[in-house]
Write a protein that binds this ligand. Structure first.
Ligand SMILES: [Zn+2]
Length: 337
């Protein structure tokens, strides 16, 4: 019976030669081995091609060009290197290259499903005119000033000190994609000690942040972090991910459309988006590196997170809800050193 086969005898020839040598095809566990009469291994691995040669011989080709021919078709079936009779036999007609095409198509479909939206978002960002993105910042600032912010109560002197840190950082930070970084001070009671970035390059710092965390290393870490959200286009990505695929495809065709314009210029939308954890990690890393390149102590950001955690325990100001995992992030920042 077929089960009794452990090896198949036949003849092998190396690529580019016609000299036949006695050979044996064996299975060792899951591995197929082709050996010469002395038991030396000629090649290993499953054959990549099978054809039926003259006089009913079966010819197997291996990846390295080695070929093996035999008249023992039953033996090949028992070894599992060619298909069994019946419906499986039809698979013999399948060319390995066809199988490869099928595998590539399946992988392609998985890739589109897995990364298609990211790709669409990136293309839509490229297709968005820069002036539209800077006007997003203006729309947001108008909305913020109308609904939640008061003029900053910080002294001009204090503002100038923070602005100096900001200017030093801007010089070494990754380039802002839509014009220079801009710094705005506001008193926003609902936000506590906080800072946030708008996609076009505007960074808003609350009075409470400067008053409660006035240390220049902490401010440098926070500002560097917000610059990274801008340079990496994080809020644009989040905004565009929230749109439908049809709108994104329309944008790539150059049709920004009234729906999108409303959405982009209506300030509330950008503020309502939360960054993903992956975005926060990137912003922490880039922010710490930026602060250090400007001569500040990047690890101060870790202390800031721990202090926020201690004071607000994760349920306080917006920073905590949009910037989760303070303890874990603090640990990561310390590990960067
Ligand atoms: Zn952040």
């Amino acid at each position: 019976m077929a089960e009794s086969y452990t090896s198949v005898r036949g003849q092998a020839y190396a690529p580019g030669t016609s000299r036949l040598i006695a050979a044996e095809l064996k299975r060792n566990g899951v591995e197929i081995l082709l050996c010469d009469a002395a038991g030396e291994i000629l090649t290993r691995g499953a054959p990549i091609d099978h054809e039926t040669g003259p006089a009913g011989r079966d010819v197997l080709s291996f990846a390295d060009g080695m070929r093996f021919e035999t008249t023992d078709r039953e033996g090949l079936r028992a070894l599992g290197v060619i298909a069994q009779d019946g419906w499986l036999a039809r698979l013999e007609g399948w060319h390995p290259r066809l199988a490869l095409v099928v595998v590539v198509c399946v992988l392609g479909a998985i890739a589109i499903w897995r990364w298609g939206l990211d790709l669409l978002v990136s293309l839509a960002i490229l297709a968005t005119p820069a002036p539209l993105i800077t006007s997003m910042d203006r729309g947001n600032m108008l909305m913020i000033d109308r609904t939640m912010a008061e003029d900053s109560g910080l002294s001009l002197e204090r503002q100038a000190e923070v602005r100096e840190i900001f200017t030093t950082l801007s010089a070494v930070a990754p380039e802002a994609p839509y014009g220079a970084y801009r710094l705005e001070f506001r008193a926003i009671d609902d936000m506590g000690p906080n800072a946030f970035a708008l996609p076009g390059g505007t960074i808003v710092v609350t009075d409470a942040l400067v008053e409660q965390f006035g240390d220049e290393d902490i401010l440098a870490g926070v500002l560097g972090h917000e610059m990274a959200h801008i340079s990496e286009r994080h809020s644009l990505r989040q905004l565009y991910r929230s749109l439908s695929v049809y709108v994104l495809i329309g944008m790539m065709a150059g049709d920004v459309g009234p729906v999108l314009e409303d959405l982009i210029l209506d300030g509330g939308v950008v503020l309502s988006l939360a960054y993903s954890r992956a975005h926060e990690r990137v912003a922490d890393d880039v922010g710490v590196r930026t602060a250090e390149a400007a001569g500040y102590d990047g690890t101060a950001l870790a202390g800031f997170f721990e202090e926020l955690d201690r004071r607000y325990g994760g349920i306080g100001p917006e920073w905590m809800s949009t910037h989760p995992d303070s303890a874990e992030r603090a640990a990561r920042i310390r590990e960067m050193q």
